[in-house]
Design a protein around this ligand. Structure first.
Ligand code: MN
Length: 252
């Protein structure tokens, strides 16, 4: 399935050096594109180190031809092994196969994604979830993958709890679904602007938004014809809002 994605991550206002405990990254192999969103418990400097190490481990694991369940299980083992305390990471891995197979999601204690379809945002709360990474062995539970249930033209928004827990000065939570339903061409950059406006620019927790946009049938056809018939599987739009840098990558 053709898919473009973009993300933005904003550390809590208390974090030094624009680092945080949220994770967003992607890996492409010849067969599949996998994205990871994660949230390390806590938002101190230690959480930022763990976030960087988990992202690094994911990039190595996701380059292998293993299933997403296996990748999640290995990430869990990685976190358990490096742990001196009781650190854990809520996470989701979305796999988008380049063949016509359906995209899948593995959820480990992370808030449910939003499905963006026909101007509405619906919580995908029927996705099975395992405990967070780092705690799988304690519960004897297993990470399992579910179909994401998307159609061409749909969007999916992954996020961390720093987004939905952000309060305005009257204590009202950020209405993520309402803002996401009308997500326009400004994508997650606009959502981040809305979030910071709501929270008065001071987030108490790291906040990450990761948007996957699945191409419509027509868009996929047009892209193929522009590219001399060769399929363009995937394009990634990396945006680092805090550093003010933006770059674009296309994989053919
Ligand atoms: Mn959080």
């Amino acid at each position: 399935m053709h898919c473009a994605f973009s993300w933005t991550t904003t550390p809590a206002a208390s974090m030094p050096l624009h680092t945080g405990g949220d994770i967003a990254c992607a890996v492409e192999t010849p067969d599949v594109v996998r994205v990871l969103i994660g949230d390390v418990m806590g938002h101190d400097a230690e959480a930022a180190v763990t976030a960087a190490e988990v992202a690094h481990a994911f990039q190595a694991l996701a380059a292998q031809p293993d299933s997403s369940q296996v990748i999640a299980t290995r990430l869990d083992e990685f976190i358990v092994e490096r742990n001196c305390g009781e650190e854990f990471v809520t996470a989701q891995i979305v796999s988008v196969p380049k063949a016509r197979d359906e995209p899948e999601i593995v959820c480990c204690g992370h808030p449910p994604p939003l499905l963006l379809r026909d101007g509405r945002a619906v919580v995908l709360d029927e996705i099975l979830t395992a405990p967070p990474l780092g705690l799988l062995d304690l519960s004897a539970a297993q990470a399992c993958s579910c179909p994401l249930g998307v159609r061409p033209g749909d969007g999916v928004l992954l996020y961390t709890d720093g987004v939905t827990d952000a309060r305005d000065e009257d204590g009202h939570a950020f209405a993520l679904a309402e803002h996401a339903a009308t997500l326009g061409s400004g994508g997650v950059g606009d959502l981040r602007t809305d979030l910071l406006r709501h929270a008065g620019r001071r987030l108490r927790d790291d906040a990450t938004l990761l948007h996957l946009q699945f191409a419509s049938e027509q868009h996929a056809r047009e892209r193929r014809s522009q590219n001399n018939g060769a399929p363009i599987w995937f394009s990634a739009h990396y945006r680092s809002a805090d550093m003010g840098k933006q770059s674009r990558q296309e994989h053919r």
